[in-house]
Design a protein around this ligand. Structure first.
Ligand code: LMR
Length: 400
């Protein structure tokens, strides 16, 4: 019955790894997916994660029962605290409902399904460009996806004017997807003053902010600093959706651990919203997995483990910054034509190089370097040893 089924294309990001895995070249380099690698090019399990896992293994009282539909209660409380702040009035007033979901994607999807079912406005505005999965998540949930201007290729910075114009002409109540920090793929974030302008516009038009927070800890050098955009919106008392992922900042990629928080205007509304979220989650996957959330909550609730985590997270973020400097210096040393200062100006895991799809294809074919076709490089996949190879490839791509 499926004889005529069409072959679907590979995913634009995860498909890069599929192609990389097939390449037998010893010099191949995967800079596609945003996944942290050590200086030796190996995946990293944080020491603090190993310690938390050991605690869990040693605790014989732990069982493998189903979690409640909304997930691990401790994890949910601690996740809300991490993004909204320990003293958040919204948390104290029970205005926030948080449900454990399957990493960032699952949190966005549960939020999208809830909105499609219960919100009168079906249009969501996402930045141009944005993480490739956003369009698919919101489309499949039944929302209409439109874009707002975000990145200016000429200045390689934020197009704040275009952004404000586009959101200014959005229909009242439209949902607006915002990257909390370390915008993926551009590495360009609004300044705090610009966030304030965006917040005022969003609130004045009764738009609904939906934050995607996948890189808390990778942008400003502190977890609290990277939550400022979200806290600004929650601080004004309006509604707000927040999807959190622990894939990058705890390196828990494959554990699929994340959270969706919905900030409401009253505690009663928040509890009714939660009851409806349960109806979204139950027929999708019943309840979330227990292991990853237990690791996160063990770390977040213990002061020593928490402190150790912040140090390891800072070390990951700092190594990425070092890679930015090394790549920039290597291109300057080669006299590669063009201004490459955006490599050191952009923040977070990615550099949005400005390389064309054709140049990316050239680098993959001739240098076995794998990156997404929009020219995004995962700086977290780079090491001192591989910088020269990448710089050679970029130089050749722009001069050939
Ligand atoms: C990325 O953008 O590379 C990551 O968010 C991984 C993914 O799932 O796409």
């Amino acid at each position: 019955i499926f004889a005529n089924i069409l072959r679907a294309p590979e995913d634009p990001i995860l498909g890069v790894t599929v192609a990389y895995n097939k390449d037998p070249s010893p010099v191949k380099l995967n800079l596609g997916v945003g996944a942290y690698r050590t200086e030796e090019g190996k995946p990293l399990v944080l020491n603090v994660v190993r310690r938390a896992e050991q605690l869990l293994v040693n605790d014989r009282s732990r069982v493998k029962e189903y979690l409640p539909i909304v997930g691990l209660a401790d994890f949910n409380k601690l996740s809300a605290k991490l993004i909204l702040g320990a003293d958040s009035p919204a948390i104290k007033g029970n205005l926030v409902t948080t449900v454990q979901c399957l990493s960032g994607t699952g949190s966005l999807r549960v939020g999208a399904e809830f909105l499609a079912k219960h919100y009168y406005q079906r249009t969501i505005y996402i930045p141009n460009p944005t993480w490739g999965n956003h369009t698919k998540i919101f489309n499949l949930a039944g929302l209409t996806v439109k874009t707002y201007r975000y990145y200016d290729p000429l200045t390689r910075g934020l197009n704040i004017q275009g952004l404000l114009e586009d959101l200014g002409s959005a229909p009242s109540g439209a949902i607006v997807l915002l990257h909390a920090c370390a915008h993926n793929p551009t590495g360009v974030d609004p300044t705090l003053e610009q966030w304030e302008q965006i917040r005022r516009l969003i609130r004045s038009k009764s738009l609904l902010p939906f934050f995607d927070s996948a890189y808390q800890g990778f942008a400003s050098g502190s977890l609290d600093g990277d939550a400022q955009s979200v806290r600004m919106f929650v601080g004004d008392g309006g509604e707000c959706f927040i999807a959190q992922s622990y894939a990058k900042n705890m390196g828990l990629y494959g554990e699929r651990v994340g959270a969706l928080s919905i900030v409401c205007r009253t505690a009663d509304v928040a509890s009714r919203v939660e009851s409806q979220l349960k109806l979204v989650i139950r027929p999708m996957y019943s309840s979330p997995p227990i292991h990853g959330a237990s690791i996160v909550s063990a770390i977040l609730k213990d002061r020593n483990l928490y402190n150790e985590w912040t140090l390891e997270l800072k070390a990951m973020a700092d190594r990425i910054i070092t890679m930015r400097k090394q790549l920039f210096d290597a291109l300057c040393a080669r006299g590669t034509p063009g201004d490459w200062s955006h490599i050191i100006k952009q923040i977070g895991m990615f550099t949005f190089t400005g390389l064309s799809t054709k140049q990316v294809m050239f680098m993959t074919k001739e240098y076995h370097i794998y990156l997404t076709s929009d020219g995004r490089i995962s700086m977290a996949g780079l090491s001192s040893g591989t910088v020269p190879h990448l710089a050679d490839a970029i130089h050749a791509a722009v001069t050939t």
